[in-house]
Design a protein. Structure first.
Length: 212
């Protein structure tokens, strides 16, 4: 089965900086400030899909942003910025859905034990989040990142003392999930519980891996 590199880099930019984005499938998310990308302005909390080589620079002062990248370069190829995480994923076909979204939790809210149908990388941008898999648990702080494989069970609980917990996520999904949620709650009793977290879908794009 073909193998690809799914990676996350974090970038800090000022107005004098120019960042070169190479070949590959990219999802850009602005953590702070404002970016200019090919004549498009992106503000804090927004994102953009990129594929062709592109230049990125900050607008009107410092900015911080994330770049999620899917490429056939295995191992991971160079890209300026701080490499936070890189994982090898095996993908069955050439057409997939690239999704960038955020998931926001109010105080103490829980995403009950669930799975998603594709692999992905998450980055905690606000709050504190406890992750529980079938064999371990981990407490995530702001700036932490993690990988979840397809169909990997996890339960996520936001800190009850934090007003908001939010993570940024990219997943590589089957194309039939375009415009549809992917969360699959595993336990019948949990499906009856309230779902308090909010998902904000930013990018939902069908991509051809032959072009990446």
């Amino acid at each position: 089965m073909p193998r690809y590199s799914l990676s996350l880099t974090r970038h800090a930019s000022d107005t004098a900086d120019v960042h070169e984005i190479p070949r590959g499938h990219h999802a850009i998310y602005v953590l702070k400030g404002s970016l200019s990308i090919s004549g498009v302005s992106l503000e804090t909390g927004s994102g953009l899909q990129l594929q062709s080589p592109t230049q990125i620079k900050a607008n009107n002062g410092p900015a911080q942003w994330l770049c999620f990248r899917l490429t056939d370069e295995v191992p991971y190829g160079s890209l300026d910025g701080e490499l936070l995480l890189s994982e090898i994923v095996e993908l069955e076909s050439t057409a997939h859905l690239l999704r960038l979204d955020t998931v926001s939790f109010p105080m103490g809210a829980c995403a009950w034990r669930h799975v998603h149908p594709g692999p992905g990388i998450r980055y905690l941008a606000k709050g504190r989040l406890k992750l529980q898999s079938d064999d371990h648990e981990q407490l995530m702080e702001i700036g932490d990142r993690w990988f979840e494989a397809a169909q990997s069970p996890v339960r996520a609980t936001a800190d009850a003392k934090m007003p908001e917990t939010l993570f940024v996520r990219v997943m590589i999904l089957p194309t039939e999930f375009e415009g549809r949620p992917t969360i699959n709650i595993l336990d019948a009793e949990d499906r009856l519980r309230p779902r308090l977290q909010t998902t904000n879908r930013i990018i939902d794009a069908v991509i051809s891996l032959q072009d990446g």
